[in-house]
Design a protein around this ligand. Structure first.
Ligand SMILES: [Zn+2]
Length: 383
């Protein structure tokens, strides 16, 4: 079982410079490989695979002496990432690989030789870097990705593999259905409502002000670089607040339940509605269901997605009768059987019932949640 943990790094000035050199080298190797592959494709109708790319690396290093300042495995890894990006593209999982820019987020991956010792981490070609490990790291380290975000902070993502067998999924115990929405972020079948904190909307004024400040600075100036960093930091704060909220809520729901049922939402389709797009990308449903899925999986709990075409709102959770229509504005309604429903709680109850029905029918609990790539939004601006 693989798991990842992200820790904050505090490199000294000299260490940050050594990391910057490696970011640059890895980026150069990626861009060079991408260009070579594109040229090969134009000439022969076939791109270059990892093998062809990596055998060309020693020659490239002879031509570009400065590449030797980077860890050799980091450069190979960069080409491996490129090959994986192509693979993802051909499997229609991802878009076509793009050239990497020196602006925005930078990263390198160490496949090996990283060591952890208390609150310091050893990175090849950099040395022992101070870090904060906020959680015990169990299992073998598979790889470590070191990154610098646009506001200049460093992190390490540590991927570990644990040999413990995954706990079998058990479905005995409390089951919960969750209806996701915009008015309330989540409404559960046991009647709890969690409000939508609207992190982005709340920060909008501040972001706009910082954006304006940035646009008034002279290109290439020191003031512009600083304004750029401040804007990036403000965006990161919004993302952090959202993640923190989602982690706490998903943790609580997974702790309290054995079976978790969520309606699968067509988030991308909905986000195409421009008046809703901002609000939808702000709530973070996708990230929330991802967190529920992996937390449930780790603990041997069942996570079920219910088809979004299932009439969760219009069916009565007491008698099962389905109404012809239920306009969006109707928050409470009475069924002909006499039951009075809160629209969202009723929907959550139906989602729960549908999930349990699917589980009883032997449907495997979908834990992974597909291969949709998460796109993290970051601000990269020309300094
Ligand atoms: Zn009814």
């Amino acid at each position: 079982m693989l798991s990842a943990i992200r820790i904050r790094l505090y490199p000294t000035g000299a260490q940050a410079a050594k990391l910057a050199v490696q970011f640059g080298c890895a980026r150069f190797v990626w861009n060079h490989g991408l260009e070579a592959s594109q040229t090969a494709y134009r000439e022969t109708g076939k791109g270059l695979g990892y093998h062809a790319l990596s055998t060309a690396l020693p020659k490239l290093k002879q031509e570009m002496e400065w590449l030797k300042d980077a860890d050799a495995q980091v450069l190979q890894q960069s080409l491996q990432n490129l090959a994986a990006a192509y693979e993802g593209f051909f499997a229609k999982r991802a878009r076509y690989p793009r050239f990497k820019s020196k602006r925005g987020r930078q990263s390198i991956r160490y496949p090996q030789r990283v060591k952890l010792d208390g609150n310091r981490i050893y990175l090849p070609k950099v040395g022992w870097v101070r870090c904060v490990v906020h959680r015990e790291i169990v299992g073998r380290i598979k790889s470590v990705t070191v990154s610098r975000n646009p506001s200049g902070r460093f992190h390490a993502s540590i991927l570990t593999e644990d040999d413990r067998p995954m706990s079998a999924v058990s479905t005995d115990g409390k089951a919960i259905g969750i209806d996701l929405g915009l008015t309330d972020f989540a409404v559960t079948s046991d009647g709890s409502k969690f409000s939508n904190p609207r992190h982005l909307a709340r920060a909008e004024k501040n972001l706009k002000r910082k954006q304006r400040k940035l646009s008034r600075k002279v290109k290439g100036s020191r003031g512009r670089a600083k304004a750029c960093r401040l804007l990036a930091r403000a965006h990161e704060r919004v993302a952090d607040a959202r993640k923190d909220y989602l982690h706490k809520l998903s943790r609580r729901i997974v702790n309290e339940n054995q079976v978790i049922v969520v309606e699968s939402l067509n988030v991308q389709g909905m986000a195409r509605n421009r008046s809703l797009a901002k609000a939808i990308s702000d709530v973070g449903w996708g990230e929330f269901t991802r967190q529920l899925a992996y937390k449930a999986e780790r603990e041997g709990k069942a996570f079920v997605r219910v088809d979004r075409w299932y009439p969760s709102s219009k069916a009565c959770s007491e008698c099962g009768a389905i109404r012809d229509s239920l306009p969006l504005g109707v928050r409470r309604w009475e069924c002909s059987c006499g039951a009075v429903h809160d629209r969202d709680i009723n929907a959550a109850r139906n989602i729960r019932a549908e999930g349990l029905r699917l589980l009883a029918g032997g449907m495997p609990a979908s834990a992974g949640g597909g291969t949709v790539r998460r796109r993290t939004r970051e601000t990269a601006c020309a300094a």
